[in-house]
Design a binder for this molecule. Structure first.
Ligand code: ADP
Ligand code: ZN
Ligand code: ZN
Length: 745
């Protein structure tokens, strides 16, 4: 018998595959999981290649210990996707592929129990003859297997094994010849269009119809940018387009990505109502909030093809979906699509790659597309679809009013603890009319600063270079960077002055102020503090929907895609700080955030009003916002970026280092920056000076970063790859990481 070797990816920071000798009975194939010895441990790895030769001395190789043969292999295209992500984001293949699997699959002792959902095979009627003719006369076991396939609508792998010892390989062979196929459980693949034909679906607007037609009429790879104002009914476009695509191909699958599932239960509910009323289990969710068992079950259901739709957060982009036929990325501009640790990938960018790889359509939807995507559309690489009007005829876009705080002050019109006169009056009138208001500010806690007037002491975190935030209901000072907490001091620790006072305001303080300036209003605060317990956000939001709240105050948590029916006023506080950030993307983010939160007003027919308190009412960003002019804002910001040679006109990567001292971190960066210069491709890459991060110390660790930039993505990639061994060889820092296409610079 000829020798068999396998090349295996394991979850290690190494860019190589490891060779093992394979002596088990079941033939291996690429995409299967194995248990292998690695150093002194046993780990689970992914077979990427099966070969009869190895460059290494075969006798030195160790043996594969076990094969997870109940699990159908992940596809070659899936391995290629993980390979691309690893390559692009400067990681090892195993570091991408294995963490993308459910935890339970990475534990061999749980394989059997987990794989209770096993693959089933079905004979294609037309191929019955071909199958029988292929069987040698005396091949009794093979005949038994073939007969079972004829007799049963579908045959489970374990039953097949009882009939033939090499059933898995045989079934694979027969699938490859097109005689049999993986069967999808009977109750699941109902066609959405059939069942929903009876339900009362909204009649699409002309704009929605055009968008749906464009998406469903294409063949092959087709990226769409669905630019639809808030309330224009983008969800309905996704639902209709997917229903049509899934109906056209009876076992096709679709992947729908959202930035945050828990904050937008309505979106999930809409999908479930539309697709899963038909058949239990035709849609599953995938996100980090799921219990481990459920995550594994959902992953397997997608992997075996049993579910038609996966609705998930960024991690779902790496779900194994053998018949994936369309991808939707809702709110594609949202920074949540960028993973900020480990593999620092952009799920949106991988969605484009995956769609191209599979030759399928992908729809990126947003009211405020990222400038990267907008630029692609401007160049004609993505097809732009526009929904310029709200879907509900009576629901106009809200009017935006800028309240000039300087002017208010000059005219001697008092604001009460940060709330201007006009905003308070507007809140009161909404209360009288029984309508809801929403007050948005992006800062939680009571006050960001607690300080002493007499000596200038400011409460800070002992472990971070940051102020400690005052939390009044919890009666603590808290660090928002490391979680440090302490009691609020009664007097100044430096000079004993008892007049220490909070400066600035967060959501807790606004909540308190609102209760006193709008008497009788039922005020509810929603932020990370008020929703700490699992499920509490849902409860609070349902109170808002039930009309039990008059004024909702909160952080960006309240800005996401909620369809609040009775909100007619949105007030925005403290937005100005983002105007002067050193991060060139800050204004893009602010525009998106304010558009998003403004979009909560006036969705159900009553006219909506947005009031933005600012000291810079003439700022171009606010002017564009008050004209609801995303296109103007996007084009002028792109022109600025082009002049300044910033993304998307150049490509960036960031090396971040963490050291026990700032000097250590900076010295590391300086050293590797010097070594960078001699790498291939480096002559086309600009290396900036290493700088400390804005908040340089977090949890006693000092942080610095080095920005790299190039007009050529390929040159940057080549140089980064060549840099890896140098980086790994360096000592002197606690940690470092490379981020490609960083969002925060
Ligand atoms: P977006 O995501 O674009 O902000 P949504 O998808 O939340 O907008 O839709 C806004 C509202 O309009 C929802 O209440 C939705 O049910 C409703 N809607 C969408 N399309 C239609 C339509 N064609 N006719 C009537 N109502 C619609
Ligand atoms: Zn003092
Ligand atoms: Zn801290």
């Amino acid at each position: 018998m000829s020798k068999v070797f396998v090349r295996v990816a394991v979850d290690q920071p190494m860019h190589v595959l490891f060779d093992y000798r394979y002596t088990l009975d079941t033939p291996p194939s690429a995409g299967m999981l194995v248990q292998v010895p690695f150093g002194r441990r046993e780990v689970v790895g992914l077979i990427c290649e099966v070969t009869s030769a190895t460059d290494l001395l075969a006798s030195k190789l160790r043996d594969v210990r076990a094969l997870c043969d109940g699990l159908a292999p992940v596809s070659e295209t899936w391995i290629a996707l993980a390979g691309f992500a690893a390559e692009y984001y400067q990681r090892g293949l195993g570091e991408v592929a294995l963490p993308a699997l459910p935890q339970a699959l990475r534990d061999p002792s749980r394989w059997n129990r987990l794989l209770a959902i096993e693959p089933r095979y079905r004979l294609l009627d037309a191929e019955r003859e071909s199958l029988h003719e292929s069987l040698p006369i005396r091949a009794i076991a093979l005949r038994r297997l073939a007969d079972a396939l004829v007799e049963q609508p579908s045959l489970a792998l374990s039953d097949a094994r009882a009939l033939h010892p090499k059933a898995a390989a045989t079934l694979d062979d027969w699938s490859a010849r097109g005689w049999i196929e993986l069967a999808v459980p009977d109750n699941i693949p109902l066609l959405p269009s059939q069942a929903t034909a009876h339900a009362a679906l909204p009649v699409l607007t002309d704009e929605q119809r055009d968008a749906v037609d464009a998406i469903t009429n294409v063949q092959g790879f087709a990226p769409f940018l669905l630019h639809g104002v808030t309330g224009s009914g983008k969800t309905e476009v996704y639902l209709h387009a997917l229903a049509a695509l899934l109906a056209a191909k009876p076992d096709a699958q679709a992947l729908v990505l959202v930035p945050e599932i828990n904050l937008t239960p309505q979106f999930e509910a809409a999908f479930r109502a539309r697709f899963s009323a038909l058949a239990k289990g035709s849609i599953v969710t995938m996100h980090s909030g799921l219990a481990e068992g459920e995550r594994a079950r959902n992953w397997l259901a997608a992997h075996t093809g049993a579910v038609r739709i996966v609705l998930g957060t960024r991690l779902a982009i790496l779900a194994s979906m053998p018949r994936l036929a369309a991808i939707v990325v809702d709110e594609e501009h949202d920074p949540a699509y960028k993973q900020q640790e480990g593999l620092r990938y952009s799920a949106r960018d991988l969605a484009i790659y995956r769609a191209k790889q599979l030759d399928i359509p992908v729809v990126l939807g947003s009211a405020t597309p990222s400038l990267e995507s907008w630029w692609q559309a401007e160049q004609g690489r993505y097809t732009r679809l526009t929904l310029a009007r709200r879907a509900i005829a009576e629901a106009a876009l809200p009017s935006v009013r800028l309240i000039d705080l300087e002017e208010e002050r000059r005219r001697g019109r008092a604001s009460v603890d940060g709330l201007s006169g006009p905003l308070i009056a507007a809140l009161k009138s909404r209360l009288e009319r029984g309508e809801q208001s929403l007050v948005f500010l992006n800062r939680r806690g009571y006050a960001p600063i607690l300080s002493c007037d007499a000596c200038g002491w400011v409460a800070g975190c002992p472990r971070c270079s940051a102020y400690a935030v005052l939390h009044k209901p919890e009666r603590t000072l808290r660090c928002h960077h490391c979680g440090w907490e302490s009691r609020i001091p009664k007097s100044c620790p430096d000079c004993s002055n008892i007049d220490i006072a909070p400066m600035g305001r967060g959501t807790q303080r606004v909540e308190e102020t609102l209760a006193s300036v709008v008497p009788g209003a039922r005020v509810l605060r929603i932020d990370a503090d008020s929703t700490r317990r699992k499920g509490s956000a849902q409860v609070l939001f349902s109170d808002v929907h039930a009309g039990e709240v008059d004024i909702l105050v909160g952080t960006q948590m309240i800005a996401k895609g909620h369809d609040f029916r009775h909100v007619t006023l949105v007030g925005v506080l403290n937005a100005d700080t983002a105007l002067f950030s050193h991060d060139f993307r800050a204004s893009e983010r602010l525009f998106a955030q304010l558009t998003q939160v403004s979009g909560r007003a006036g969705r159900a027919g009553l006219p909506g009003e947005v009031m933005i308190q600012t000291r810079y009412p003439r700022h171009a960003l606010y002017q564009a916002l008050s004209r609801q002019d995303y296109v103007g804002f996007a084009n002028s910001t792109l022109a600025e970026r082009r002049d300044a040679r910033l993304p998307p006109f150049v490509y960036q990567a960031m090396l971040r280092a963490e050291g026990r001292t700032l000097e250590a971190a900076l010295a590391f960066l300086a050293e590797v920056a010097a070594a960078f210069a001699s790498l291939p491709g480096a002559d086309r890459v600009m290396v900036y000076d290493a700088v400390p991060l804005t908040i340089v110390k977090v949890f006693n660790v000092h942080r610095a970063q080095l920005l790299l930039e190039s007009g050529s993505r390929a040159a940057l990639q080549t140089a980064l790859r060549a840099w890896q061994p140098l980086l790994r060889a360096q000592r002197g820092v606690l940690r470092w990481n490379v981020e490609v296409d960083p969002l925060d610079v």
